[in-house]
Design a protein around this ligand. Structure first.
Ligand code: PA5
Length: 430
């Protein structure tokens, strides 16, 4: 289970400050679980790991197996919460080079309007059998809708309308929306997005689970991890709860003037998880002119690009470091008689040993430089721990947003650009 280490935030925050948050955390957690707060109609994700039916899980697995049988590649079409969770977990568990290394390739489209990226995707699919999973809760978001149309036409050209029908799966609202209506009319296989689960909280529905199963992720183990987190984190209504500690620390730091939260990891494949987290917190908390700016840095790489700013720039940031245990298959640095690179002081040491010391050195330097560092230890990197981490962040986000005093489950600000775009593009009614 996830544990949090707050020892590197002391000085900026004192224990009494943290403990004084307990009543606010208790109230926020109750507001969430009792469904009495703003946006309560979108809290279905709270119990999702334990309420998702076995029939639904079996249907997802059967669909994934069929796709894996008749296709070499799956294109997942979606934006925001309709793709980031799947992409985050696939990269983290299968590795960001999964398309080069795994039998099944999974690509993502519909999250941009780039002609270059589209042409590249067409080259990647050339000569292969492929399928698409169109994901949109509202069913009408422009970017994925455009990509879906282009991909549907390409599939129909390649396989004919009937052949394409077998290769198109839609994940959307169970009752309404343009995509729902199209899927009904065309008789495409569909998976429902529960009405009470918003996009950025939907990774543990078919939105995330179908692409994950296609990519070869063990979704049973992922759900097990999320279920365990659901039980433990909701049962522990005290400051022993790591989600409370995290929500308390980030709110206190915000109240003391911190404006930027840097999620950081020493795992390059964590990068899309960082983007998933960024959307979760950014879209949930960034409203009413409030909210920390969530950003992600990948260490060691970004120590040599952003490290200077973190160490000596404006003192408006703090770090949340996500750590996993070192993998079992260690890499040992050998001894070299000539020692031309002068690295023999590391001979016999593992790469993980060097990494853990780099991490300790960075934490000390940043803390001493005025950047508090909160650490989340997640145990071994596997489906179980990643499922738990997804749930942990979702719960902590809901609690944190209620402590901040905003509705975590709407995103009214996203409409502003859409309205302008529809007007400029000449969409009827705009
Ligand atoms: O969290 C959210 O609700 C949003 O980020 C959506 O996921 C995103 O805007 C995509 O919307 P849709 O799935 O309706 O196409």
């Amino acid at each position: 289970m996830i544990t949090s280490d707050l020892s590197n935030i002391w000085g900026k925050i004192v224990l009494n400050d943290l403990l004084s948050m307990e009543p606010r955390l208790a109230e926020a957690h109750s507001t969430l679980s009792e469904g009495t707060g703003a946006g309560h109609e979108f809290t279905g994700w709270l119990t999702l790991p334990s309420t998702l039916s076995q029939d639904e899980i079996d249907a997802i697995k059967a669909c994934a197996a069929a796709i894996r049988t008749h296709s070499k590649a799956l294109v997942v079409v979606g934006i925001g919460g309709s793709y980031l969770g799947a992409r985050a977990v696939i990269d983290l568990l299968r590795g960001s080079s999964h398309n080069e290394l795994d039998e099944m390739e999974v690509y993502f489209a519909g999250n941009h309007l780039s002609t270059r990226s589209w042409n590249q995707l067409m080259k990647q699919l050339d000569g292969k059998d492929w399928s698409i999973n169109i994901i949109s809760k509202s069913g009408g978001t422009t970017e994925p809708a455009v990509a879906a149309r282009l991909l549907r036409v390409a599939l129909e050209e390649k396989y004919g309308v009937e052949g394409a029908r077998e290769r198109i799966v839609c994940t959307t609202d169970a009752k309404k929306g343009i995509l729902h209506d199209m899927a009904q009319k065309m008789d495409y296989q569909t998976f429902p997005i529960p009405g009470d689960v918003g996009g950025r909280y939907s990774v543990l529905t078919a939105v995330g689970l179908l692409p994950l199963a296609v990519a070869g992720v063990d979704i049973d183990a992922l759900l097990d991890g999320a279920r365990e987190a659901q039980q433990k984190l909701n049962a522990e209504r005290s400051f022993n709860n790591p989600a409370w500690q995290y929500a308390a620390a980030r709110n206190l730091l915000y109240e003391q003037g911190k404006r930027v939260e840097i999620l950081c990891s020493y795992e390059p494949d964590f990068s899309y998880f960082g983007r998933w987290w960024q959307q979760l917190f950014g879209e949930s908390e960034g409203k009413d002119h409030k909210g920390l700016f969530p950003t992600y840095l990948e260490y060691s790489a970004d120590l040599h690009s952003m490290g200077q700013l973190v160490q000596e720039g404006e003192r408006s940031m703090f770090e949340t470091l996500v750590r996993f245990d070192p993998p079992a298959d260690e890499v040992i640095i050998g001894s070299d008689e000539a020692n031309m690179d002068q690295l023999n002081f590391l001979a016999g040491k593992s790469l993980s040993f060097v990494q853990s010391h780099a991490s300790a050195a960075v934490t000390d330097a940043h803390r001493d430089g005025g950047v508090p560092v909160l650490t989340l230890d997640c145990g071994p990197l596997n489906e179980h721990s990643v499922g738990a981490l997804l749930y942990f962040f979702e719960l902590a986000c809901g609690i944190s947003a209620y402590v901040l005093g905003v509705n975590p489950f709407n995103q009214p600000g996203v409409e502003a650009y859409k309205k302008n775009m529809y007007h400029l593009l000449g969409k009827p009614g705009y």
